[in-house]
Design a protein around this ligand. Structure first.
Ligand code: DOR
Ligand code: ZN
Length: 358
């Protein structure tokens, strides 16, 4: 088969780390990993250390990533429990959206009270996405807010049959929502935990096979809009500690896992490509500049192994799995930034897709 051409791959759900967590990953190391994984752009979550919850912290992060990123990027602003909605007016034009953590995970961002969730929904007037971490019954709570305030809302890392049921109904009701699913919930389940140990721990957790089947069914029915990696590097020592960190890397394995599913007849090729490019562009309303694409040799098979990975954390929950597809070239805005072996763009080449840094 001739190489596949994908126009403008974006992963809108990554944790690049950097700042006080540079030992896990940096804007430089993880944007390089993104390019090697085929991506044009990545959007970074606000649960960094420190969290991105005011104008000064956002401005500092923007300045730092602007100097070091190898691919294009966007940053989320974090909704905080101590109401920070007064910041929205000044920050909105520079971010890809607002991230609201409604269930607990890595970092200290968590909005547990319905009243505070509603305050953020009421205050977020910019025409930009609210991306939510909501699990199980929290999904229903957020849907009530979407029904009331009509804010375009992206549901991140949907992982259970119950959540899919709620979101399918909400889409039928015409709510302005979109659904993202992660490769680890599609290709791993709780049955893998005895083998993976802490390397299989993330939020939301790995689920039952029946939940996994519901996710694949939702993909077939078009309920799932995008595949997002939730790339969340933690060091091997942090995963092996008594209280392991939650999260797994994924930028370099998402496309090969999806292409393997295509090979196995579980997924349509066009849909696989759309779920990591066009659909993301449509939701975040961005268009790649000309000559922004990825070429992939879909006939190339290999087993995922640590030593091929560029992510600073140096491991993958998918190690040993057979996958398909070698990224041959990545082009961004007319520049060849990857030749199948080396990242060719200089640090700072990457641009903010959502406004200027100043
Ligand atoms: O497992 C996770 N890790 N889930 C999240 O929502 C956050 C992430 C992280 O930042 O490590
Ligand atoms: Zn995440």
């Amino acid at each position: 088969m001739p190489p596949i051409k994908i126009h403008g791959m974006i992963d809108p759900h990554t944790h690049l780390r950097d700042l006080d967590w540079s030992h896990k990953g940096s804007f430089a190391s993880e944007t390089k990993a993104a390019i090697a994984g085929g991506y044009w752009a990545v959007f970074d979550m606000p649960n960094t250390a420190p969290s991105t919850i005011d104008d000064a912290l956002l401005s500092d992060k923007l300045a730092r990533i602007d100097k070091s990123a190898y691919c294009d990027w966007g940053l989320y602003f974090g909704a905080s429990q101590a109401d920070n909605s007064a910041e929205y007016e000044s920050i909105a034009s520079r971010v890809c959206g607002l991230k609201m953590y409604n269930n607990s995970t890595t970092g200290d961002l968590l909005i547990a009270s319905s009243a505070m969730r509603e305050r953020h929904y009421r205050a977020w007037t910019p025409n930009r996405i609210i991306a939510v971490h909501a699990e199980e019954e929290t999904v229903a709570n957020i849907l009530d807010l979407v029904r009331k305030y009509r804010q375009p809302t992206h549901f991140l890392h949907i992982s259970s049959e119950y959540e899919i049921k709620l979101l399918t109904q909400a889409k039928q009701d015409g709510l302005p929502i979109t659904v993202g699913v992660c490769p680890h919930h599609l290709f791993l389940s709780e049955d893998d935990l005895p083998t993976l140990g802490a390397f299989g721990l993330m939020k939301p957790e790995l689920k039952r096979k029946s939940d996994q089947r519901a996710l694949w069914r939702a993909i077939r029915l078009g309920v799932v809009d995008i595949i997002e990696s939730d790339h969340a590097p933690h060091t091997i020592a942090e995963k092996e500690a008594d209280e392991p960190a939650y999260g797994v890397p994924g930028l370099e394995t998402t496309l090969p896992l999806l292409l393997q599913a295509v090979k196995d007849g579980r997924l349509d090729l066009q849909q696989a490509c759309d779920m990591v490019s066009l659909n993301v562009q449509r939701i975040w309303r961005i268009t790649p500049l000309p000559k922004t694409y990825t070429l992939v040799d879909a006939d190339y098979h290999y087993l995922v192994a640590r030593d091929q990975l560029r992510t600073k954390c140096g491991w993958s929950p998918f190690e040993g799995m057979r996958v398909c597809g070698k990224v041959l070239e990545v082009w961004i805005r007319g520049h060849k930034v990857y030749d199948g072996d080396q990242v060719l763009s200089p640090p700072g080449f990457g641009r903010n897709l959502f406004g200027f840094v100043a």
